[in-house]
Ligand binder design. Structure first.
Ligand code: ADE
Ligand code: ZN
Length: 334
């Protein structure tokens, strides 16, 4: 089963590049850039990854990102992720980045976009992994800051496929970002949004109706609203779920309680992703393994999840067909 999971062609659609910063690299970059860390060892860092909710994680995640300063840092970070993802059978990755985390520290788009471009091109050529970038607005900051971010991104829009919305969810409903998402759509960007990770189902409806989200990142709380589940299924709106993240941030007590399988059974197009793998103890194949074991998924279920990930991606039809054909060729029997 584990080998089957790693061999299955898949897309990863919910991955924060800043959340792939492994403790070893954090120390390496801190030394390279003379940044003081509040930790003395890799073990101490790992011990600090004991989260009680989303905010307790975000505080440490933003602190960790402070070691990222140069184009080489962003390149090395992204290359390490893409290389790791390739070994998990990821053939296409749609990766979030949080520009405001960097621009607030005086690190501009020219720095991180150059590093991302270098790593993505190398991954395409050397690993056969294609990728897209999704620029997230931080929802704990005002919409005016999101407008400034969209403006700063203008020279780089050909390298950005979509916009997203992340950071502290509760108290920051999607409606507050309606205008900036409209402007992003006008600029030709696709739209996704985090919703229903800790927030209520109304945030999911808001992401769809106010922002025009084409996919919902997480979407766990949709199950509290039967009409919403029916809508997600009927409209084929994908959920990019992150099971290990939900357990580590205590939105769900145990992997066995995760609603991913129940939602699949109700016809929702669910996908499996890793969110912030360095912080949550697992990359994408680990997430597939966790739900396979915790929820008793069959080979057929796993193939459905992999197919969903390709269909829910922003790849063109030709690229989707090629990857779906590879999945179809795998010998799948339960
Ligand atoms: N930023 C990074 N990971 C996140 C998550 N799981 N939810 C919201 N914002 C995030
Ligand atoms: Zn996320």
């Amino acid at each position: 089963m584990p080998d089957f999971i790693a061999r299955m062609p898949k897309a990863e659609l919910h991955l924060h590049i800043e959340g792939t910063l492994e403790p070893d690299m954090m120390f390496e970059l801190a030394a390279r850039n003379s940044v003081e860390l509040p930790f003395d060892s890799v073990e101490e860092v790992r011990a600090a990854y004991e989260f009680t909710d989303l905010q307790s994680f975000l505080d440490i995640y933003y602190q960790g990102a402070a070691v990222l300063r140069t184009t080489a840092d962003f390149r090395d970070l992204m290359w390490a992720y893409l290389e790791r993802a390739a070994s998990d059978g990821v053939r296409h990755a749609e990766m979030f980045f949080d520009p405001q985390t960097h621009t607030e520290r005086g690190i501009g788009f020219e720095v991180f976009m150059a590093g991302f471009a270098e790593a993505r091109e190398r991954a395409r050529v050397e690993l056969g992994v294609t990728s897209l970038l999704i620029m997230c607005f931080l929802r704990h900051l005002p919409e005016t800051a999101a407008f400034e971010t969209l403006d700063a991104a203008r020279p780089y829009l050909e390298h950005i496929a979509a916009v997203g919305l992340d950071s502290s969810e509760v108290g920051h409903p999607p409606e507050g970002f309606e205008r900036v998402f409209a402007m992003a759509r006008d600029a030709g960007l696709r739209v996704v949004a985090h919703a229903g990770e800790e927030g209520p189902p109304s945030y999911i409806t808001g992401a769809l109706d106010s922002l025009g989200a084409e996919r919902i990142d997480h979407g766990v709380s949709c199950e509290q609203d039967d009409a919403l589940v029916a809508r997600l299924a009927a409209e084929g709106i994908p959920l990019t779920m992150c099971p290990l993240s939900n357990v580590r941030l205590r939105g769900i007590a145990r992997i066995e309680d995760h609603n991913l399988r129940r939602l699949m059974d109700r016809g929702v197009k669910v996908t499996v992703n890793s969110d912030d793998p360095s912080y949550f103890g697992g990359y994408v194949a680990d997430n597939y393994r966790a739900v396979q074991q915790g929820l008793g998924l069959s080979h057929t279920d796993l193939a459905t999840l992999a197919r969903n990930s390709i269909e829910a991606s922003f790849l063109d039809d030709e690229a989707k067909e090629a990857l779906l054909a590879e999945i179809a060729e795998m010998a799948i029997s339960d």
